[in-house]
Design a protein around this ligand. Structure first.
Ligand code: NAP
Length: 255
């Protein structure tokens, strides 16, 4: 681990909240923010044991950590998580809206439930947590919100109308909120990963995966650490003049 405590990239003294931090990209983001010096709260939906393991790793790094079971779809649960953070951690400096799901199918087969589930989990959750942290961040006149979108939100993808709509929605939400709260020194940015190796992408057919990799200029799938490093940069003062921006972490796929 590099010592960054005296650089603008250090997150020492800051508290981060990562939704969906029990697995995949969210887990890597949580651990990476802890490496940079932040105390980290993670939320999860089902994976209690995996989430507690992430907390143990955060604590091993010498940081404070906590896992909270909270359905990202529910606004009241987001408010409870933020209240707990204010009481037990003294505030929230960094919010990473990462929780997300896919329910892929062609539109003729897509049920209303599959549409609603994806829009609520991926997009409404971003509203829920951004709204819940807003008063404390405004009071502090500081904050960094990082929303995890996807290349699919920019380019579309057959079989993912629900997912693409949710991820495109995040991009618009980010820009609108960035304009709304810039005067309070709260920055809001989007990170749009391309194809990253996680459990979410393990579900994809091998032939589909090969075809995807052939279309990536850097010639390979991304790693969750590569997304986390971008989030870490946007979280801290090293990115103090960046807001409303979209960072594609996609090996050049979206060009
Ligand atoms: P993943 O491995 O499936 O992990 C998803 C995480 O979200 C888990 O921690 C899960 O918690 C949590 N979650 C799901 N539904 C939730 C809910 N209702 N409330 C609270 N937490 C919930 O997914 P991933 O691949 O790491 O993806 C993370 C983010 O990156 C998503 O927003 C995804 O759309 C985006 N993304 C991923 C890729 C990729 O290639 N993997 C590419 C572009 C964008 P439980 O463990 O409790 O279920």
């Amino acid at each position: 681990m590099t010592d960054m405590s005296s650089t603008p990239f250090s997150l020492e003294g800051k508290t981060a909240l990562v939704t969906g931090g029990s697995r995949g990209i969210g887990k890597t983001i949580a651990l990476d923010l802890a490496d940079a010096g932040a105390d980290v709260i993670i939320t999860y939906a089902r994976s209690g044991e995996a989430a507690e393991q992430v907390v143990r790793e955060i604590v091993k790094k010498g940081r404070k950590g906590k896992a909270v079971k909270a359905d990202a779809v529910a606004f009241a649960e987001a408010e409870n998580v933020v209240s707990m953070a204010l009481e037990e951690f003294g505030g929230i400096d960094i919010l990473v809206n990462n929780a997300g799901i896919t329910r892929d199918t062609l539109i003729l087969r897509m049920s209303e439930e599959q549409w609603d589930e994806v829009i609520h989990t991926n997009l409404k959750s971003v509203f829920n947590y951004s709204k819940a942290v807003m008063k404390p961040m405004m009071k502090k006149r500081a904050g960094s919100i990082i929303n995890i979108s996807s290349i699919v939100g920019r380019a579309g993808n057959a079989g993912q109308t629900n997912y693409a709509a949710s991820k495109a929605g995040i991009i618009g939400f980010t820009k609108a909120l960035a304009k709304e709260v810039a005067s309070r020194n709260i920055r809001v940015n989007t990170v749009a990963p391309g194809y990253i190796e996680t459990e979410m992408t393990e579900k994809l057919d091998k032939k589909v995966l090969q075809a995807i990799e052939e279309n990536i200029p850097l010639g390979r799938a991304g790693k969750s650490e590569e997304v986390a490093h971008t989030v870490r940069f946007l979280a801290g003062d090293g990115s103090s003049y960046i807001t409303g921006a979209l960072f594609a972490v996609d090996g050049g796929m979206g060009m």
